[in-house]
Design a protein around this ligand. Structure first.
Ligand code: IMP
Length: 447
């Protein structure tokens, strides 16, 4: 049963898309198992940039069947637009299979996502406002609409009647907003059926058939470990389980189907939206709370590096355009991610971005406000908010490594950086990336 999971080991945007693309070429099925169009993967092939939100990266290969599993939340309008765009770029999108059990993101989910964020004021989560949380909430409340429901007018109407009764009341009474008209929704969604119906499938069966036949199945996680609903920095998380174990409910497999689990990490860290971030580097004054007495020189040097990482790493959201918060690599969190996912290995992305810095820092422990050194992520939210990073400083590498595709060509200090990460987190780094294009992938000698 050759099942591989690829998942983000930080707060998302680690560059999963490029490694997924690399592994997809060697796979038969590529299956998304959670999340929705809050995800965004950019893949550059022969100078053409493909931006994927919902469609699994395997779409780029004729021999791959891309699958949207039951654990994904699908906005069918966005899905069809994405497929149209990919088709206009010359891709054959007809192989895509979508689970009939995947839940549908409806317009009221997006509206409620926007309104609750506004309602939370300064406590807002910084969601992507794509309706992800409200859609998963309805799934858990058992009032969700599934893709298969769109195929049956009677069922769709009955379900919408039930759900709109509550949603429209909430919109009117709590948020003072107009409600949704059932006839308009029926018309909009039924009109999509002729295009959607041929894609819908029993994806659990498809996945098991492939595994039984000894085919390579790649489970593609979206978002990341520390955005996981259960194991992330709650409440600043997404509403699904991106960790490798999430592939089980999200695609309908058991843990024994998985043999290889790849955690993707950037050589530094970024996060979008709100929430704690121990190794954060400021972009502007006031972004990071320094200990009293920290010199202006240290703060302005940190700011310089923060801006360097954002500019050099082009750290802006694929979909939302939001600027990401940058920070040094946090190996305490990475080690925790290795445990949570039972990673067999790490893929280290954007190594080239660090090139040119005199020194590079790795967070190896935290210090608590009472001066204690700890080497694990504290479970308590307040404790995690308060920890300060303890760094190890390594010498940087000034050689421009973009385009380096062989491990042996990497500068000695870049190799030392990789070796140190491996020693701390306890699993090998099997891939590294040194630039945005497909061939900027270094496959480590032992993988
Ligand atoms: P939601 O998934 O839109 O509900 O947003 C919840 C949190 O997850 C917010 O902090 C988002 O910025 C973050 N988030 C969601 N999707 C991604 C992603 O693909 N990359 C990075 N952060 C994400």
């Amino acid at each position: 049963m050759p099942g591989t999971v690829i998942t983000g080991a930080q707060w998302g945007d680690e560059g999963k898309g490029r490694f997924t693309d690399y592994l997809a070429e060697r796979s038969d099925l590529v299956v998304r198992y959670q999340g929705g169009h809050n995800a965004g993967h950019t893949i550059v092939v022969d100078g053409t940039t493909f931006k994927l939100q919902l469609v699994p990266s395997g779409i780029l290969y004729e021999h791959v069947t891309p699958v949207i599993g039951n654990g994904v939340v699908v906005d069918p309008i966005v899905l069809l637009k994405e497929l149209d765009l990919l088709a206009s770029q010359g891709l054959n999108t007809s192989r895509l299979r979508v689970s009939g059990n995947a839940h549908v993101i409806m317009p009221y989910h997006q509206e409620i996502d926007r309104l609750t964020e506004r309602y939370l004021g300064k406590n807002k989560l910084g969601t992507t406002k794509r309706g992800i949380g409200p859609c998963y909430a309805d799934k858990a409340l058992r009032v969700g609409i599934r893709m298969q429901d769109l195929l049956d007018e009677k069922i769709l109407r009955a379900k919408l009647e039930t759900v709109l009764r509550e949603k429209n009341l909430v919109l009117a009474k709590v948020y003072n907003r107009p409600g949704y008209d059932i006839e308009e929704l029926m018309q909009t969604y039924l009109a999509l059926v002729p295009r959607l119906e041929p894609m819908l499938d029993d994806t659990v069966h498809l996945v098991h058939k492939a595994l039984d036949d000894g085919k390579e199945v790649l489970f593609e996680g979206a978002q990341a470990t520390f955005l996981d609903l259960d194991h992330g920095t709650y409440p600043y998380v997404t509403s699904s389980n991106p960790i490798a174990g999430g592939a089980c409910p999200g695609a309908g497999i058991g843990p024994r189907a998985l043999t290889r689990i790849i955690g993707v990490a950037k050589a530094y860290v970024t996060r979008v939206g709100a929430g704690p971030f121990p190794t954060e580097l400021p972009l502007e004054e006031g972004d990071v709370a320094y200990a009293p007495g920290t010199s202006d020189e240290i703060i302005s040097r940190d700011m310089e590096i923060g801006n360097f990482l954002v500019d050099r790493g082009r750290e802006f959201g694929t979909n939302t355009g939001r600027r990401r918060r940058p920070g040094w690599l946090d190996c305490v969190m990475l080690k925790h991610a290795v445990r949570l996912n039972t990673c067999t290995e790490i893929a280290l992305c954007k190594l080239d971005v660090l090139g040119g810095l005199d020194e590079v820092k790795i967070c190896v422990a935290y210090e608590t406000p009472d001066g204690k050194r700890i080497d694990h992520v504290p479970y308590h939210q307040s404790a995690f908010h308060e920890v300060k990073p303890v760094y190890e400083t390594l010498t940087g590498w000034d050689k421009d490594i973009e385009d380096t595709a062989n491990f042996s060509d990497l500068p000695a200090n870049a190799k030392a950086f990789i070796n140190r990460v491996e020693a701390i987190v306890g699993v090998p780094v099997t891939f590294a990336s040194t630039g945005p294009a497909r061939d900027h992938t270094v496959v480590m000698p032992r993988s």
